[in-house]
Design a protein around this ligand. Structure first.
Ligand code: NAD
Ligand code: UDX
Length: 448
C-alpha cells in the first residue's frame, strides 16, 4: 500500500519536527499536523522565527515543505478522515491524580485521540504510537478503536521517537535506528512494511529495526532509563570528587575512554531535566511495581532520587556559601531551558534551583536566550502560586538581554550550557557553574 496522506495528532516538540522531516523527505505525501491548541497551530503557520518549537535547522525544513505538502491545522476530524496513516504524538505526562498519581503516565490524551479516530474514521487506518507509552498500551488503544470504531479496520504500530531536543533535526535526518513494532499477523506485517517504505526515503534499511509491539514500546522507556542512569551515576560521583579533590571532568574522560563504556552522557551536571527522562523513568518504576517487581522498581527509582539530590546539592552549595541566608543577595540565573538549543523548560533544574534560592531570600535576575519571559513566569507561578508567597515579581526579574544584569550581582548560577554564556566575563563575581561551561565541576571563584 502506498501512503498518500498522513495525519499527525499533536503539533508539539515531537509532532512538529518529525512531520516536517517526513514531509521534506517524502514530497509526494501530504502531511497534516493537527492540534487542539489553536495558538500553537497559528504559530506553526506564522513567521519562521517564532515557530512554537525552537530547534536548530527546523525553520529551514518548515520553509521548504510548508504549504507544499506540509500543513498545520486545527481541523482534527477532517485530517483523520482523509489520512491512511495517523501518528499519535500527543503528550503523556506523569499523572497528577488518581491511581498511580506522581508516577504512572497519564494516558488520557492518547485515549482521547483513539476515541476521536474511532468516531471519525470511515476507511481503514494504520494508527501509529509516536508518543512514549507504557508497555502494552497498544492493547488498550486497539480495544477503544475496535469498540468505538465503525466499519473501518485499524492496525496499530509502535514507532517511538528517539530524537533529543536541541538536535532534533540532525537526529531525524540521521537516526541511529528507527524502531517499528507491529503485530505478527499478515495485516500487521503489511502495515509495518508500509511504514518502513516511508522511512526508506532517507534512512538506510540496516538502521530500521522491527520488533513485536511490546518490545518496541518498552525499548523507548528502557533507552531513556539507561541514558538517565548514566547521568545519575556520574553526578553521584561528582559529589565524591568534591569531597576528595578528584576532578569529575578528568574522571569522565578516564572512564569514557574505555570503549565498553564510551564518552557520551558522562557530563556531570546540575541534574537532568526535560520532559522525558523523569516522567519515563517514573513510568518504568510504576510498571515494575504493577508487575510486583519491587526490587527492580527501587533500582530505577534511585536514578530519580540521585537527580533530585544533585539539584538540592547545587542550590544548597550557593546558600551555604553565603552563610545560609541569601536575604538581599542578588543572584543571576543564566539559562532557564533544560539544555542548550531548545526553548523548552519542562522539568528544567533551573525551576527547582530558582525556587530554592528565592525561598532562601535571594533577589533573582533570570536570563535565557530562547525561553520567553511568559514561559519563565509561568514556570515560577506553577510551582509557587499555591504557596501564597509574596509577589514574586518584586524579587524576580526576567531580563531581555544579558547586558541588563545588575552590576552589583553577588553571584552567577549557570544552569544551561548555552554557547553564548561561554564568552561572558565573570571575573568580578562568584560563579556557580552547574553545567560545566567554565569547568565541569561545580565551583566558585573569589569575588573582585
Ligand atoms: P507536547 O506537549 O510538546 O505536544 C503534544 C501536543 O499534543 C500538544 O500541543 C497538545 O495540545 C496536543 N494534543 C493533546 N491531546 C490532543 C488531542 N486529543 N487532539 C489534538 N491534539 C492534542 O509534547 P511532546 O514533547 O511533543 O511529546 C509528545 C510525546 O512524545 C510524549 O509522549 C513524549 O514522551 C514523547 N517524546 C518526546 C520527546 C521530546 O524530546 N519532547 C522525545 C521523544 C518522545
Ligand atoms: C532525551 C533522550 O536523549 C532522547 O533520546 C529521547 O527521545 C527524549 O529524551 P532530551 O530530554 O531532549 O532527550 O535531551 P538529552 O540530550 O537527552 O538531555 C536530557 C538532560 O540530561 C538534559 O538536562 C541534559 O543537560 C542532561 N545531560 C545530558 C547531562 O546532564 N549530562 C550528559 O552527559 C548528557
Amino acid at each position: 500500500m502506498k501512503i498518500k496522506k498522513i495525519c499527525c495528532i499533536g503539533a508539539g516538540y515531537v509532532g512538529g519536527p518529525t512531520m516536517a522531516v517526513i514531509a521534506l523527505k517524502c514530497p509526494d505525501i501530504k502531511v497534516t499536523v493537527v492540534d487542539l491548541n489553536e495558538e500553537r497551530i497559528v504559530a506553526w503557520n506564522g513567521p519562521l522565527d517564532t515557530l512554537p518549537v525552537y530547534e536548530p535547522g527546523l525553520a529551514e525544513v518548515v520553509a521548504a515543505a510548508r504549504g507544499r505538502n506540509l500543513f498545520f491545522s486545527i481541523e482534527v476530524d477532517r485530517a483523520i478522515e482523509e489520512a491512511e496513516m495517523i501518528f499519535m504524538a500527543v503528550n503523556t505526562p506523569t499523572k497528577t491524580e488518581g491511581e498511580g498519581a506522581g508516577m504512572a503516565a497519564d494516558l488520557s490524551y492518547v485515549e482521547a485521540c483513539a476515541k476521536n479516530i474511532a468516531k471519525v474514521a470511515k476507511t481503514n487506518k494504520i494508527v501509529i504510537e509516536k508518543s512514549t507509552l507504557p508497555v502494552r498500551t497498544a492493547e488498550k488503544i486497539k480495544e477503544i478503536l475496535d469498540r468505538e470504531g465503525k466499519e473501518a479496520h485499524f492496525e496499530i504500530l509502535s514507532n517511538p521517537e528517539f530524537l533529543a531536543e536541541g538536535t532534533a533535526i540532525q537526529d531525524l535526518f540521521k537516526s541511529d535506528r528507527v524502531l517499528i513494532g507491529g503485530d505478527e499477523t499478515e495485516s500487521g506485517q503489511k502495515a509495518v512494511q508500509t511504514l518502513i517504505d516511508i522511512y526508506l526515503n532517507w534512512i538506510p534499511k540496516e538502521q530500521i529495526l522491527t520488533t513485536n509491539v511490546w518490545s518496541s514500546e518498552l525499548s523507548k522507556l528502557a533507552s531513556n532509563a539507561m541514558l538517565a542512569q548514566r547521568i545519575s551515576s556520574i553526578n553521584s560521583l561528582s559529589a565524591l570528587c568534591e569531597k576528595t579533590g578528584a576532578d569529575i571532568d578528568e574522571l569522565s574522560k578516564a572512564i569514557g575512554m574505555d570503549h565498553r563504556i564510551g564518552p557520551k552522557f558522562l557530563k556531570a551536571s546540575v541534574g537532568f531535566g526535560g520532559s522525558c527522562f523523569q516522567k519515563d523513568i517514573l513510568n518504568l518504576v510504576y510498571l515494575c511495581r504493577y508487575y510486583g517487581l519491587d526490587e527492580v522498581a527501587e533500582y530505577w527509582h534511585q536514578v530519580i532520587k540521585i537527580n533530585d539530590y544533585q539539584k538540592v546539592r547545587f542550590a544548597q552549595k550557593i546558600i551555604d556559601h553565603f552563610g545560609g541566608d541569601l536575604t538581599g543577595k542578588i543572584i543571576a540565573i543564566l539559562g532557564w531551558a533544560f539544555k542548550a538549543n531548545t526553548n523548552d523548560s519542562r522539568e528544567s533544574p533551573a525551576i527547582y534551583i530558582a525556587e530554592k534560592l528565592f525561598k532562601a531570600g535571594a533577589i533573582l535576575e533570570i536570563f535565557d536566550p530562547m525561553v520567553s519571559k511568559e514561559s519563565i513566569f509561568k514556570d515560577i507561578d506553577f510551582y509557587w502560586e499555591a504557596s501564597g508567597t509574596e509577589d514574586l515579581k518584586l524579587r524576580i526579574s526576567v531580563l531581555d538581554s544579558v547586558n541588563e544584569l545588575d552590576l552589583s550581582i553577588d553571584a552567577v548560577a549557570i544552569l544551561t550550557e548555552w554557547e553564548a554564556f561561554k564568552s561572558l566575563d565573570f571575573s568580578k563575581t562568584i560563579v556557580f557553574d552547574g553545567r560545566g561551561i567554565l569547568s565541569s565541576s561545580i565551583y566558585s571563584i573569589g569575588k573582585g
